[in-house]
Design a protein around this ligand. Sequence first.
Ligand SMILES: Nc1ncnc2c1ncn2[C@@H]1O[C@H](COP(=O)(O)OP(=O)(O)O)[C@@H](O)[C@H]1O
Ligand SMILES: [Mg+2]
Length: 307
Amino acid sequence: MTTIADSIVQTEALTKSISGKAVVNEVNIKIERGDIYGFLGPNGAGKTTTIRLLLGLTKPTSGTVRLFDRDIRNHRLDVLRKVGSLVEYPSYYGHLTAVENLEAVRRLLDVPKERIDDVLAIVRLTKDAGRQVKGYSLGMKQRLGIATALLGNPELLILDEPTNGLDPAGIQEIRELIISLPRTKGVTILISSHLLSEVEQMATRVGIIAKGSMVYQNSISHLREQAISRIRFTVNDPASAYPLLRSSGYEAEWDDRSLTIGRADNASTAEAVALLVKHHYDVYRVEEQTASLESLFLEMTGGERSL
Ligand SMILES: Nc1ncnc2c1ncn2[C@@H]1O[C@H](COP(=O)(O)OP(=O)(O)O)[C@@H](O)[C@H]1O
Ligand SMILES: [Mg+2]
């Protein structure tokens, strides 16, 4: 028996042009039930615009959005009932308490009163729930935003850069909260970020967008495998061994202790060792060097550091 994965978000050639420029360009997103999908890209890449398209907050120029396997054009209210979101900065009334803010949304959603205590506990705001929100730290406000997004028991939670502006402790807290959700509540999550390091520990899948186009979409483990392998040989005379490797077709670099070849698989590594030994070099060490995920991310997104 084959089980068909449960499609939660699927876009097809999703495109949004603003003043004739495609800020979201033929994007195909695929998210399945239980995924924590890290939606990555530098500032200005098109993440928020894509998220607004998913939520029906703006209309695509072309392409389609399916949530829970239904086209949002025909089933907007049905599907959005099952979605909780926090897009850019959460909105709240500063002079009201967290409970009062949640109560205002609860009435709109028409969920039971107990749900307020539940979501406050999930985001660990129970103790501060009776305080005016204007006295909250940024992290507490973000957590209140997530609590609001969770109020309607969503099956899909969409968080647009929820850790923006938080200190490392606040980032860690939000990360732990997010990791705990799918396990305990059966929620599928899309979380956007301009920092790979922020989502790589929690995402099961990642989509990377650059200048409006999706440049990568797959599991995080597949991304790690993509990190290009280089092999470093520590040899007795790298300067003279370097032209030997170059003339044999290797992409090589050298320093005073070692030679490094790029894009090396097992066969080319073995051949390089044989070549060096045949020419009487002493090969002291053969080591693999893996490019960091971060450098791969920067390469895919055009090398702009966003922080
Ligand atoms: N309403 C708008 N009018 C004009 N340009 C916009 C508008 N919304 C977004 N953009 C442009 O679209 C691009 C993508 O923006 P955005 O989706 O906010 O990116 P991200 O969330 O990845 O930082 C940017 O170049 C931005 O300036
Ligand atoms: Mg944004």
